[in-house]
Design a protein around this ligand. Structure first.
Ligand code: C5P
Length: 414
């Protein structure tokens, strides 16, 4: 494609390009040029073996950045942590069999493999090796393990290899690698035409004018879903309890405090919505009689608060639905799946996202989460620990697979 015609698709994206020691390392130079032309800021990381094929200087000149090669070299920042944490995607091209093995096993004996363990962004791997290596059972296992972890491992292409053999082992074409990067980074518009109503955050139930009952919900999951749905083309209304999060641009945000206010807002917007995703942690109980003035201590040694149940908004909306798809969350600390299944049935939902909030590394307040998606038709999909932003996309994909694409309404693809 003519340079002038190249669309600027990766503008503002920070990418890591890992180059490992295959003869195809020289092709990474061309890839870097294309990525830079599309507007990406690319940090190149080379393994020791890669430097036998191409010099860091080549990548340095073309990326305009210092090439990182050594885990033990001193840097201003912890480069093996900072670079992958800030990256939008990591691309390893070419990836050797040795790299695939290290990545599959979680070895971290050089800069690139260590960075991979710190990655919270999409990782795309483009292997290149001899045909017999690619089909070796160990390599096959490693590729399977990486794919099962959500890493995109492209298939090498068939063609003449450095050994003279004609087999599958050539680095995938630049266009294939670019397509994979675009697919990971440039959002699909597969939610266009949907009006998505999302609830997020906790509710606060007043005891008196200065005190309330609430919970630990940060709102991050619901906000991430609202943002992901917006990016994928949906019109989004976010009904949010009190959080410290910034309202996402391009989303109509309605701020509420109590379960009752949340119920009113959701009731208003539900009839014109096509999907409800109820990620809010609505209080189950509220003080029966909140008082108008601040409660005084005045020698009391105890105070009994009488609580009453709040209306179950989700169950009510689900009962009122016309054609809306209704998705709930189940935050549980034990018997997660069986409690979630009870709620799925009891509230008449299409889908429930079961969330173990007692697990380490996920749940309330955390940036990461792991969930199990359960459908009314018996489908089940486990989404392992990942950033909530990525999880939001996976949840939207699960909803779409189940409810939009499959009119047969059969189980989710595992
Ligand atoms: O029954 P439980 O509160 O565990 O159900 C969780 C699901 O129900 C969540 O999707 C939550 O947003 C919703 N919910 C609700 N109204 C309530 C309590 C929970 O809509 N009063």
């Amino acid at each position: 494609m003519d340079e002038a015609q190249t669309p600027i698709n990766l503008w503002g994206k920070r990418l890591v390009l890992g180059v490992t020691g295959s003869i195809a390392a020289y092709k990474a130079v061309g890839l870097l040029r294309v990525l830079a032309r599309e507007g990406a800021a690319v940090s190149v990381v080379m393994t020791q073996a890669a430097m036998k094929f191409v010099t860091p200087l080549t990548f340095e000149v073309l990326s305009g950045r210092r090439v990182a090669t050594d885990l033990f070299e001193s840097h201003e920042e912890m480069i093996h942590l900072a670079v992958p944490e800030q990256a939008h995607a990591i691309i390893v091209a070419p990836a050797t069999a040795n790299f695939l093995a290290k990545a599959a096993l979680g070895l971290a004996d050089d800069l690139l493999s260590t960075m991979l363990l710190n990655a919270r962004c999409p990782v795309i791997v483009a292997p290149a090796m001899d045909g017999d290596m690619w089909t070796h059972s160990t390599v096959v296992q490693h590729v399977q393990a990486l794919r099962a972890r959500g890493i995109v491992v492209l298939d090498p292409e068939v063609g003449p290899l450095a050994s003279g053999q004609v087999a599958q082992g050539r680095l995938p074409a630049e266009s294939k690698i670019l397509d994979a990067i675009h697919a990971a980074l440039v959002p699909q518009r597969d939610w266009q035409g949907q009006r998505v109503l999302v609830s997020a955050g906790p509710t606060q139930e007043p005891i008196d004018p200065v005190r309330f009952i609430s919970n630990r919900s940060s709102g991050k999951m619901g906000y991430a879903i609202a943002e992901a749905a917006r990016n994928r083309g949906a019109e989004v209304i976010l009904v949010a309890g009190p959080t410290s999060l910034t309202p996402p641009s391009g989303v109509t945000t309605v701020s509420v405090n109590t379960a009752s206010e949340m119920s009113d807002a959701l009731n208003r917007h539900f009839p014109s919505s096509t999907v409800l995703i109820m990620a809010a942690a609505v209080a189950d109980f509220r003080p029966k009689m909140p008082v108008g003035q601040k409660l005084k201590k005045q020698g009391k040694s105890e105070l009994v608060l009488e609580l009453e149940a709040t209306p179950d908004i989700l169950a009510m909306l689900s009962a009122r639905r016309t054609s809306q798809i209704v998705v709930g969350f189940a935050a549980e600390t034990e018997q997660v799946l069986s409690h979630a299944k009870d709620k799925l049935r009891g509230k008449g939902l299409d889908l429930i996202i079961a969330n173990n909030v007692a697990q380490t590394g996920g749940g309330f307040g955390s940036d990461d989460n792991a969930v199990v998606v359960l459908s009314a038709t018996g489908g089940q999909k486990t989404l392992g620990l990942m950033p909530k932003r990525r999880l939001a996309d996976e949840i939207l994909t699960a909803v779409r697979e189940l409810c939009f694409i499959s009119s047969r309404r059969e189980s989710l693809v595992e």
